[in-house]
Write a protein that binds this ligand. Sequence first.
Ligand code: ZN
Ligand code: ZN
Length: 372
Amino acid sequence: MKMKAAVLHSTPSTLSVEELEIADPGPGEVRVKIAASGLCHTDWETMHGYQPVNLPAVIGHEGAGVVESVGPGVTQVNAGDHVACSWSPNCGHCFYCDHGQPILCEVAKSSNGNGVLFDGTTRMALDGEPVYYYSLVSSHAEYNVIPEQAAVPLRKDFPLDRAALLGCAVMTGYGGAVHAARIKPETSVVVSGCGAVGLSAVQGARISGASIIVGVDVNPLKLEWAQKFGATHVVDATKDDPVEFVREFTEGRGADYAIEAAGQNISIRQTLEASRPGARIVLLGKTPFGEEVTLPFHILMGEREIVRTSYGMSRPRVDFPRLANLYMDGRLLLDEMISMRLPLSEINTGFDALEKGNVARSLVIFDSSGSV
Ligand SMILES: [Zn+2]
Ligand SMILES: [Zn+2]
């Protein structure tokens, strides 16, 4: 069938909204009618050529919608289910899946790198030529065909536009705080970078019961948001030294947990320096592909544990429904994270706003029927 999608033909470039052919779901696959798709910084990096991808491609990896049809042999999802897309579906039988680390699935990694599904091919075409996937999701489109493992069913009273946010930013930040840092109650946490991922880490710290949560950013607007999401203190890194600031609130030692979500060399260094000896440090941000991160050795001393994770050490099929419950219980703020809602035709306007830095999250909304 035909659908509209935002296509990336070359880099650096904006997206072009075009009509593509999308195939029926194959064995073990489902076709989702996308309701909302979040504009992630990783999309922007891809459009600017910071990450090598096969082109042309439909990008977008933070989507939610309703399952329109299922392929042969699908057992985990039914037509009509509300789902959020996971960009890390696991095959269930590779080395990492067998070793209890499904987030590292080799089949997903290889498919992801080649812009295809598990069988090595794509389901989208433009004038008969293949159009590649992005992160096994490709949600800046009216429909996607994805492995059933990538379609995570959610309760139907959870709004689909907010469900989209779970697919990348919220899972990454919340998981970074809860699964990777493993924050305990009555502890201190510093979160560097208060965009959508950092704000979700602040929420993870709040929900975990941390008593001191310091948000660090260079944008005053993001610091305001950090306070709304649970930061007990904020520091503008253009005015104050975040390391000194954190030490002031932690009896001179530094924070028990330190989470980096800005993806910059200076921020990584400051985050490490703001942690106390014995702290657990979680790196969520990405520096440009191939860029080196250098750290003086003294920062690595003191039995600090450093963890790098891209998806908050998540198990999406377990975690997405839990996050939906947290939202429905009023404990996880998502409405406040949505800065702009745009039609697909204005997707490049959304990325312009992202580049300027004054949005937490923008969403492309496909369905105006009231289901989002
Ligand atoms: Zn993302
Ligand atoms: Zn696997």
